[in-house]
Design a protein around this ligand. Structure first.
Ligand code: NAD
Length: 478
């Protein structure tokens, strides 16, 4: 099935609307460079209209019981399950990801929503009690009101779900902006779910970071803004949010180390890196982008890893299910990734480097060795199919190198020695540490960064709590 150029509108107050100023933007399939959709190109006026619609909706939504909100969320999860194939097709075409991978994201997304439907009903607080004689004190966990949510392009619908599901579950209303590059699945989901979403509770508006994303951050009636995006964008959002002192929830970039101790199984590690490093063309904030391997396993690991990486089937996902890796998102992202390789003086490209022909925005799966800890390619997020491999001298150096980056989103450690694994997990300064694997996530456990990977958690009860504020009610007893 191919998707013709489709014209989308924004979803505001339960209505389908064009941009206030009537502008539109083309949406591209990165595997072909062809236009596949047209969406509204918003301005500050679109933000203002959506925030107004959300404020009106909040009057009723804040009065709903957790059980009623759970009912709505469960129906939204059903919408994804009932339209998995269509939504996966859109996601595959808009992001350039293999169709089977896009299909796999759909039940994960509906499971995420169902988790928050249940979680809405079991929020916890401290015990109500008489902490001063003659008074009863109690805790209320309340929603904030209108929250602004800004999503990236790598997992468009799933990232939208990670934002709106906890926000709505906690009783907030949302103004959500998908990435300007990949808004189609979120808009289509809103179309499919329009009958389920009470008008104005979830509003989807499209447009660039400035003015639409930044407009959401500027708006005085938005109480919290959550962003998934680049570290530089996170800093800009935090700065701008300080003007109105709104709360900020930031899921930013990563540079995940894979610490491989000498006793690990090289074939198992190679398979994990093949998946973790190149999934979604390496455009994953937790991508296994930086391998630090022990002195004795280093050569054997490369012997396994090079053929594993070379075995990846790269191409336009429309060619069929055998494609395991598509393009990167855009021409500028392709140039950015190749720029890292050009500048990596002294490094050795063991396999990959360069593009895969002129059609679409491809970068070959690339493995780089002979890099130093302070090199740009080791220190900065490439966000493409590029993995570096370093050889450490001892365990202390392994942990020191793993931690020695500005980011702190995710890390993994491979060893058969449980003490070594747990010691590493304790010392690694990252929000997630995997042992003997890299990349899986579950709805019940938090995902979020240390250091410059941001603050606030997605998924889990911690995310739900992030979308609440705490009130102390103290009653004098006669
Ligand atoms: P990006 O920062 O360029 O854009 C993210 C979103 O922010 C987009 O919707 C964009 O329009 C918007 N935006 C841009 N400037 C803005 C501003 N001044 N104010 C408000 N909004 C603004 O990021 P991207 O290129 O879309 O996504 C890739 C980045 O996202 C990578 O760094 C990746 O690591 C990160 N990411 C993090 C996670 C996580 O969970 N930590 C998950 C996925 C992606």
């Amino acid at each position: 099935m191919s998707i013709a150029v489709a014209r989308y509108q924004n979803f505001v107050g339960g209505e389908w609307v064009d941009a206030v100023e009537g502008e539109t933007a083309d949406i591209i399939n990165p595997a072909t460079g062809e236009t596949i959709g047209q969406v509204p190109q918003g301005s500050q006026a679109d933000v203002d209209r959506a925030v107004e619609a959300a404020k009106q909706a909040w009057a009723e939504w804040r009065e709903t019981t957790p059980g009623e909100r759970a009912e709505v969320l469960l129906k939204l999860a059903d919408v994804i399950d009932e339209h998995t194939e269509e939504l996966a097709q859109i996601e595959s075409q808009n992001v350039g990801k293999p169709l089977s991978y896009a299909r796999d994201e759909m039940p994960v997304s509906s499971d995420n929503i169902r988790f928050f439907a249940g979680a809405a009903r079991i929020l916890e607080g401290r015990a109500t009690g008489e902490y001063m004689k003659g008074y009863t004190s109690m805790i209320r966990r309340e929603p904030l009101g209108v929250v602004g949510q800004v999503a990236p392009w790598n997992y468009p619908l799933m990232m939208a779900v990670w934002k709106f599901a906890p926000a709505l579950a906690a009783g907030n209303v949302s103004v959500l902006k998908p990435s300007e590059q990949t808004p189609l699945s979120t808009l289509r989901f809103a179309q499919l779910a329009a009958d389920v979403i009470p008008a104005g509770v979830l509003n989807v508006i499209t447009g660039d970071g400035e003015p639409v994303g930044a407009g959401i951050v500027r708006h005085p009636d938005v109480r919290l803004v959550s962003l998934t995006g680049d570290v530089a964008t996170g800093k800009e959002v935090a700065r701008a949010a300080s003007e109105t002192l709104k709360r900020v929830h930031l899921e930013l970039g990563g540079k995940a180390p894979v610490v491989v101790f000498d006793d690990a199984d090289p074939a198992q590690v190679a398979e994990a890196i093949k998946i973790g490093g190149y999934w979604n063309s390496g455009q994953d904030c937790t991508a296994a982008s930086r391998v630090v391997a022990g002195p004795k396993i280093y050569e054997r690991l490369l012997e396994e890893l090079v053929p594993a990486v070379e075995s990846l089937h790269v191409g336009d996902p429309a060619e069929g299910d055998e494609i395991e890796m598509g393009p990167v998102i855009s021409k500028s992202q392709q140039e950015r990734v190749l720029g890292f390789l050009d500048r990596a003086q002294g490094a050795k490209v063991l396999t990959g480097g360069g593009t895969n022909g002129d059609r679409g925005f491809f970068v070959k799966p690339t493995l780089v060795t002979e890099v130093g800890q302070t090199d740009e390619i080791v220190q900065r997020e490439v966000f493409g199919p590029v993995v570096t491999v370093q050889r450490f001298a001892d365990d202390d150096q392994a942990i020191a190198w793993a931690n020695d980056v500005p980011y702190g989103l995710a890390a993994s450690v491979f060893t058969r020695d449980i003490s070594r694994a747990l010691n590493a997990a304790r010392k690694l300064e990252f929000g997630t540490v995997w042992i003997n694997d890299h990349i899986p996530l579950v709805s019940e456990m938090p995902h979020g960064g240390y250091k410059q990977s941001g603050y606030g958690k997605d998924l889990s009860m911690y995310s739900l709590e992030d979308y609440t504020q705490i009130k102390h009610v103290m009653a004098k007893l006669d």
